[in-house]
Design a protein around this ligand. Structure first.
Ligand code: AMP
Length: 286
């Protein structure tokens, strides 16, 4: 069932809560693919009822980013959700979420601001205010849907770490369930933004996963010096790539690592033309 208003969600949720059913929430921006589906499948398996939100959240986009051209494919998304056994799709308008005229300035909206230490690095560095927008909308969705579990992909690892911190710091009674990155056979992590890539770009985009897989292989052979591991990336880069960051950070608190260990996440952001892609790998996972 597809609904567009908070009122309709609240009515459904009330009905489910009185029946004592557990609720899973999968927040998305739509243009759903197998990565999103893996989160949905996990929720359907674990929870009595699954809600998928489809909302291109304007307040998490920075000026000059792709808010207007972000792919919007609600009919296909609805089909995928129905086939996957989703109970409710919540696709609100910006007005529904942020009020008439949706004045999106910091001056007119109560925001949830994550700690500076978590946002002054990686994606937060170039996307100033992005994680304020993410935490604010996820908090709103948590309050609207009141789920028992929230499902989030490791694809957006910094986001996942920040949301876990938000839930802990604000005592939100919801368990965050992390879900592994789904990749194409080539290694490329699935992303709605892959739609922006030409076939040629897609080949260039393999540099991200190749760099990460190679770093992990080197680590597993015993190289733990992060500088040495960093250096290995250059053989995969060419003039089609613009490296934004390649960093080694702690899986819990994002502190920088100089010596890699099993708690280390390697984060990469790379631009191919105008398309910015991110990926990461945990050195600890087998
Ligand atoms: P988005 O629609 O891009 O905001 O993503 C919605 C959710 O799906 C987020 O929790 C993402 O981390 C997750 N997600 C997106 N792509 C993937 C992927 N390739 N593998 C696993 N999770 C993903």
């Amino acid at each position: 069932m597809l609904v567009h208003t908070i009122k309709e969600v609240r009515e459904k949720v009330k009905e489910w809560k009185t029946q004592g059913l557990t609720i899973g929430l999968v927040p998305t921006m739509g243009a759903l693919h197998a990565g999103h589906k893996s989160l949905i499948d996990k929720s359907v398996e674990k929870c009595d009822k699954t809600v998928v939100s489809v909302f291109v959240n304007p307040i998490q986009f920075c000026p000059g980013e792709d808010l207007d051209k972000y792919p919007r494919t609600l009919d296909e998304d609805e089909r995928l959700c129905n086939e996957a056994g989703v109970d409710l799709i919540f696709a609100p308008s910006p007005n529904e979420m942020y009020g008439q005229g949706h004045i999106l300035s910091n001056d007119f909206l109560t925001y949830v601001i994550p700690p500076y230490f978590y946002v002054d690095k990686l994606c937060g560095k170039s996307r100033v205010g992005h994680f304020d927008g993410v935490c604010t909308v996820v908090n709103k969705l948590f309050n609207i849907v009141q789920p028992d579990f929230g499902f989030f992909g490791e694809k957006d690892r910094q986001q996942l770490i920040i949301l876990k911190k938000m839930v802990k710091d604000l005592n939100i009674p919801i368990q965050i369930i992390p879900c592994p990155i789904v990749r194409e056979e080539s290694g490329l992590a699935l992303s709605s933004r892959n739609k922006y890539l030409s076939e040629e770009d897609k080949k260039e985009a393999l540099a991200l996963s190749k760099i990460l897989f190679n770093i992990k292989a080197c680590y597993q052979k015993g190289i733990t010096d992060c500088n040495a591991l960093y250096e290995t990336a250059f053989s995969y880069l060419n003039n089609h790539h613009s490296l934004e960051y390649l960093e080694f950070r702690d899986a819990e608190n994002l502190e920088e690592k100089t010596i890699a260990d099993n708690n280390t996440i390697v984060f990469i952001a790379l631009k191919i033309g105008n398309v910015r892609l991110i990926d990461n790998i945990s050195l600890g996972d087998l």
